[in-house]
Design a protein around this ligand. Structure first.
Ligand code: XMP
Ligand code: MG
Length: 175
């Protein structure tokens, strides 16, 4: 029998339910603000962000930054390259940073440090997935979709060498 390249970990239905719940929680916490600046971290968070914002009941502005680790491989090198973050106006704004996965924590702590230089009014972080067992720097998200064990996962925006982003579910890569 042929083995599939991936095995389902979180179904499309569970993702949709949880994303709607997260949006409700965020909308409740931020109720009354005049504008929320949602910052999507490309590429991995593009699908999550698109689904999340459609459930928010807050006035939003949506911006994109690009973060990538230098070098190849499946673990972040620690040297995070950021692009497009300087052109986004964040001073005095309420910011929600949306990321696909929190792993060692290096990427998000670097992004938060960078964005905070612009003195936003508030900054919250929402990560769809969290692998707390892999953390190497102290970092916690304000909102987490699912805590998962230490597997390399793909789908719903996440890739393995640019493949599988289009899957509607989260899968463990079979290698
Ligand atoms: P750090 O270690 O900086 O990692 O918290 C966050 C970034 O690493 C990538 N990453 C993954 N990408 N499946 C992926 O497709 C995974 O299981 C995985 N673990 C970490 C991801 O780009 C994230 O932004
Ligand atoms: Mg990413």
């Amino acid at each position: 029998m042929m083995t599939l390249p991936q095995k389902e970990l979180i179904s499309a239905e569970r993702l949709q339910e949880r994303v709607a719940e997260l949006a409700r929680e965020i909308s409740d916490d931020l109720e009354g603000i005049d504008l929320l600046t949602v910052v999507c971290v490309l590429k991995g968070a593009f699908i999550f962000t698109a689904d999340l914002v459609r459930h928010l009941t807050l006035p939003c502005r949506i911006e994109f930054i690009r973060a990538s680790s230098y070098g190849e491989g499946r673990t972040s090198s620690g040297k995070v390259k950021l692009e497009h973050h300087e052109t986004i106006e964040l001073e005095g704004k309420h910011v929600l940073l949306v990321e696909d996965i929190l792993d060692t924590g290096r990427t998000l702590s670097r992004i938060v440090a960078e964005l905070e230089q612009q003195r936003p009014a508030s900054m919250r972080v929402c990560a769809l997935l969290d692998k707390p067992s892999r953390r190497s720097v102290l970092f916690e998200a304000n909102y987490t979709g699912f805590t998962i064990p230490d597997h390399f996962v793909v789908g719903y925006g996440l890739d393995a060498d640019e493949r599988y982003r289009e899957l509607p579910f989260i899968a463990i890569e079979n290698r």
